[in-house]
Design a protein. Structure first.
Length: 71
């Protein structure tokens, strides 16, 4: 699994909306984000960057530097 956890999730769905690979979904029962397809994660950091409460942690050994196309 690339993303360690989504502890402290408030259910805002920002991570779900920002994920280009559709890895994260909102659990209808708990109202919190869950990682359904960890193998499809491209480690783009968008979920982590858009999370308003810093609930997403990406393991250092799986993390790569954030690359932005605008410099």
């Amino acid at each position: 699994m690339t993303i360690n956890s989504i502890n402290g999730c408030i259910g805002c769905e920002e991570c779900v909306k920002s994920c280009p690979c559709d890895v994260i979904r909102l659990d209808k029962e708990t109202g919190k984000a869950v990682i359904l397809y960890p193998a499809d994660c491209q480690i783009c950091h968008l979920c982590r960057m858009y999370c308003p409460v810093d609930a997403i942690e990406i393991r250092p050994e799986k993390s790569i530097p954030v690359v932005v196309s605008w410099g």
